[in-house]
Structures are given as structure tokens and as C-alpha cells.
Design a protein around this ligand. Structure first.
Ligand code: RB5
Length: 175
């Protein structure tokens, strides 16, 4: 079955037999050498769905340092050029740690869709990280779909404000 977008909605994504409707977004994606193949696959898949995707590199699989790409990704999220970020390295650990050094970034390292969805619902995550050596491309797409289709609970009319209060504390820590 071919999934078709509804009027005024973005892409219809079919993942694991379920069809999800996802608003079109400005998404930046970055990796290190260990995740370049997954980056290319996810980038092209997101573009096919109609998203505006900025690929921040790298362009070859020559060895690079993940902080360089994590910081680059964080800066386009922080300045609003990208609404969401996708951060990939071998384990997802190094690039998520790098992106999270920027206080504007809430980057969630996930390996299954429930965490991807909760990262949005409770934590208003604006960046998802995955490990290309640990997570296959089908699972990565399922995680990304959950991440893109889930709204932050406190952006909804029945939000209580408690998640927003906690998220605010992430940017303004009082140790
Ligand atoms: C590169 O070998 C590897 O260390 C990197 O991709 C990542 O897994 C680090 O956290």
C-alpha cells in the first residue's frame, strides 16, 4: 500500500505496517565516519518525505572527530536554522554528548521508538541521536518517525506545565 499525505499535512510514512502523518520540517543531520552510510540513507529518506534537510557532513568516510559535527549540528539548532537535528555516530554516544554541550540542545540517544516518542512528549527533545553500529536502518527509521510525529505534551491544550518547568531547568541549571 502506498501511503499518501493528507491535505495540508506532510508526508505519510509507513513504518512497520503503520502509517504516520508527519508535519514537514527543517531538519539538519550530521554524523562521523562510522555512521556515514546511515546518514545518507536517513537523509534521502527524509527528503523523499518532503522534509527540508541540511546534511552537515561529513561527505566521505575518512576518519573525523564526532565533536566537530556534533557542535556544528548544535549550532544550527540553537540559531533556529533547523527545527530538529539527527545526530549519528558509531554508538550515538559521542555525538549526542557533543550536541548536548550546547544549552539550546536537548539531544536524546535512543535505540527504540518508545524512547524517541517520550523524548519528545516529556523532554521536548529537539535532536535525536542513534548509533549506526548498534541500530539498523529500519529501526532508525521507526525511531525517527516516532520522534518527528510526537508533540511535546506541554504544547498541547491539556498540558499541565510540569514538563515545561523541567525542560526550562535543563537550560538554566541551578546546581
Ligand atoms: C568512532 O570509532 C567511534 O568512537 C564513534 O563513532 C562513536 O561511537 C563515539 O562515541
Amino acid at each position: 500500500m502506498t501511503a499518501q499525505p493528507r491535505e495540508n499535512q506532510a508526508s505519510a510514512v509507513e513504518t512497520a505496517g503503520a502509517i504516520a502523518y508527519v508535519r514537514r520540517m527543517r531538519i539538519a543531520i550530521a554524523s562521523d565516519h562510522a555512521a556515514i552510510d546511515l546518514k545518507t540513507e536517513l537523509r534521502d529518506w527524509l527528503i523523499e518525505q518532503g522534509h527540508e534537510v541540511a546534511d552537515l557532513g561529513p561527505e566521505t568516510n575518512d576518519s573525523v572527530d564526532y565533536p566537530d559535527f556534533g557542535y556544528k549540528l548544535a549550532s544550527v539548532i540553537a540559531d533556529g536554522t533547523a527545527e530538529r537535528g539527527v545526530a549519528l555516530c558509531g554508538s550515538g554516544l559521542g555525538i549526542s554528548m557533543s550536541a548536548n554541550r550546547n544549552p539550546a540542545v536537548r539531544c536524546a540517544l535512543v535505540s527504540e521508538p518508545l524512547s524517541a516518542s517520550l523524548a519528545r512528549e516529556h523532554n521536548d527533545a529537539n535532536c535525536i541521536a542513534m548509533g549506526a553500529r548498534l541500530t539498523g536502518s529500519d529501526m532508525a527509521k521507526a525511531c525517527l518517525t516516532a520522534f518527528l510525529q510526537t508533540e511535546f505534551a506541554d504544547s498541547l491544550p491539556d498540558g499541565t506545565g510540569r514538563h515545561q518547568r523541567r525542560v526550562d531547568k535543563l537550560s538554566n541549571p541551578e546546581f
